[in-house]
Structures are given as C-alpha cells and as structure tokens.
Design a protein around this ligand. Structure first.
Ligand SMILES: [Zn+2]
Length: 185
C-alpha cells in the first residue's frame, strides 16, 4: 500500500515538473522566434498544407482562447488531474477543440492514472494523425487532429487490451458532447 502511494506521489511530482519544464521550453521557443521576424510572418500567414482544414496561425489565434491556443497550436501540455475531462465519466463523444472533428468516445475511455483523459482507441484511426516528437530527450508519438493538424496529446504503448494503446489527451484540446445532445442533433 505504501509503495503504491509513493509511486502515485512520484507520478504527480514528475508530471508537475514536466509541466513547468514544458512552460520553460515555450518561453525559449518564443525568444528564438522573436529573433526572426520572417518565421513569425510565415507561420502567421501561411496555413499548414498537410491538413484539409487550412487556417493561418493568426486565424487560429482569433477563434481559440489563449489557453486552448497554447495546447492546440503551440503543442503545450496542461496540468494533470486538475483538467476538465480526466475524471469525466459521462457518456458521449470528444471532438477536436479547434475544428470540431469527432475524435474519441466515452466507450473507449479508461482510468489510466496518468491524470489526463485516456482512451485505448479513437473513434476511427483516420480521425487522428501521428507525428514524431523528439522534445525532452525522448522520442514520443504526438497525436494531432487529422482534419486541422492541431496538437491533441501523445500515444503510448502501455494501454489496456485489445489495442494495448494509451491515447493520452489534453482536456483543453477537446470539447465533450454528452450523449443526449448527440441524439437531439
Ligand atoms: Zn481539428
């Protein structure tokens, strides 16, 4: 029992540490970008051509809140446990917080203990895209929305069967639509 508590506390400490490191990295990135006006001008005026939904970063900034923008477009990570959907047990679907594309169902959500909403599969594989993420001296697989390319979270291979996958998502990157509201549409 004591060991479990210790593991739990270490996980929280790690997550909080990771969050602050992540924030620090964002500041470094901003500082680097501000040295190059060209970079900012390009990302603000040219949409990412790899995804069907084309919007410039300037347009995204207009429709997203600052917090949403930091996660979805700046690839940030929110705090574990205190986020909106980690312990949401209602039935419904989760859609992309940027473009509204359907992503996950409550049927595939499970309690991973990570502090972030976790799913063992998306509603369909085609709804999410993968990108290699080499930040923080490790290689992780980033998960993005396949329609607009916005950052959602990461996927790990320590999930439950039948897939063995853990899609670890940011609440701020998604909107939840309760089952009752889907049926009335
Ligand atoms: Zn999207």
């Amino acid at each position: 029992m004591k060991l479990k508590l210790l593991a739990f506390l270490s996980a929280i400490l790690l997550a909080v540490g990771f969050y602050f490191l992540n924030n620090q990295q964002d500041e470094v990135v901003v500082a680097e970008n501000s040295n190059s006006a060209m970079n900012i001008a390009q990302t603000d005026t040219m949409p990412d051509e790899n995804y069907p939904l084309q919007k410039t970063e300037a347009e995204w900034k207009e429709i997203l809140t600052d917090k949403e923008y930091r996660i979805l477009r700046d690839r940030g990570t929110e705090l574990p446990f205190v986020n909106e959907y980690n312990s949401n047990k209602r039935e419904g679907i989760y859609v992309c917080g940027a473009c509204g594309q359907k992503l996950y169902s409550s049927e595939h959500k499970y309690e991973s203990g990570s502090g972030w909403p976790s799913f063992w599969q998306p509603l369909a594989d085609s709804l999410v895209g993968e990108r290699e993420d080499n930040s923080w001296f490790m290689t992780r697989t980033e998960i993005v929305c396949s329609n607009c390319g916005s950052h959602l979270g990461h996927v790990f291979d320590d999930g439950p069967q039948p897939t063995g996958l853990r899609y670890c998502m940011n609440s701020l990157a998604m909107d939840f639509i309760p089952k009752e509201e889907i049926q009335s549409d």
